[in-house]
Design a protein around this ligand. Structure first.
Ligand SMILES: C[S@@+](CC[C@H](N)C(=O)[O-])C[C@H]1O[C@@H](n2cnc3c(N)ncnc32)[C@H](O)[C@@H]1O
Length: 192
């Protein structure tokens, strides 16, 4: 939760990994899909970059707005503003697994992306094989609904990306958080 919320409490390792994600973002428009409490949306906004957070959770959107980011409450598979014109799309903290079908999620990202745009994903290490599961939030006071989720390890990313029309151009492990960059397959010559 500390990492998810962000702020001064996060570890130096997580700060470095977050900075690595942010380092891939330029001043071109960024869509932060499943933005959660808005660590990345707010940081990019603070840098003066155009960025929109999207999250299906009201609480997440309120937190993002509360830290100065612009965000809308929306399912990422529903209609979104400026489809086809986003230059950078973030799917951090395993969000490629939203909906339990990473290829479908990446194909949705492809619809939203401008020609030549990139998708920045945060995945699991190569030690994790791809797996599909049902998750729910559980606390002492709250029991959420089950929802489908996929975990994607670095070893599976190439095949998943290819199936969605992307190539993996960059993968780096920053203190056990794996960050990768994908570009449209027809526009890139590198696949690692
Ligand atoms: C694992 S958190 C990641 C949060 C943030 N990107 C980060 O790096 O900390 C996943 C977020 O995706 C949101 N989410 C899940 N399914 C979604 C959907 N279909 N459309 C939009 N947001 C979704 C959840 O509400 C949650 O805030």
């Amino acid at each position: 939760m500390t990492r998810w919320i962000g702020g001064p409490e996060i570890t130096p390792q997580d700060r470095l990994a977050d900075e690595h994600v942010l380092g891939h973002c330029t001043s071109r428009p960024t869509l932060d899909l499943g933005c959660g409490p808005g660590r990345f949306t707010a940081s990019l906004r603070q840098r003066g970059f155009p960025v929109l957070g999207v999250d299906s959770s009201t609480a997440a959107v309120e937190m993002t707005r509360g830290r100065g980011g612009t965000a809308i409450r929306r399912d990422l598979f529903a209609a979104l503003p400026a489809e086809g014109s986003w230059e950078q799309i973030l799917l951090t903290d395993g969000n490629i697994g939203i909906g339990g079908n990473p290829v479908r999620t990446l194909k949705r990202a492809a619809e939203l992306l401008a020609h030549g745009g990139v998708v920045i994903v945060e995945i699991e290490s190569a030690a994790i094989a791809q797996c599909h599961e049902l998750l729910r939030w559980e606390t002492e006071q709250y029991l959420g609904h089950w929802f489908p989720w996929s975990r994607v390890g670095a070893g599976s990313l190439g095949d998943i990306a290819r199936a969605a029309g992307f190539l993996v151009t960059h993968v780096v492990d920053v203190h056990a958080r794996v960050i990768a960059v994908l570009t449209g397959a027809a526009r890139s010559g590198v696949d690692r």
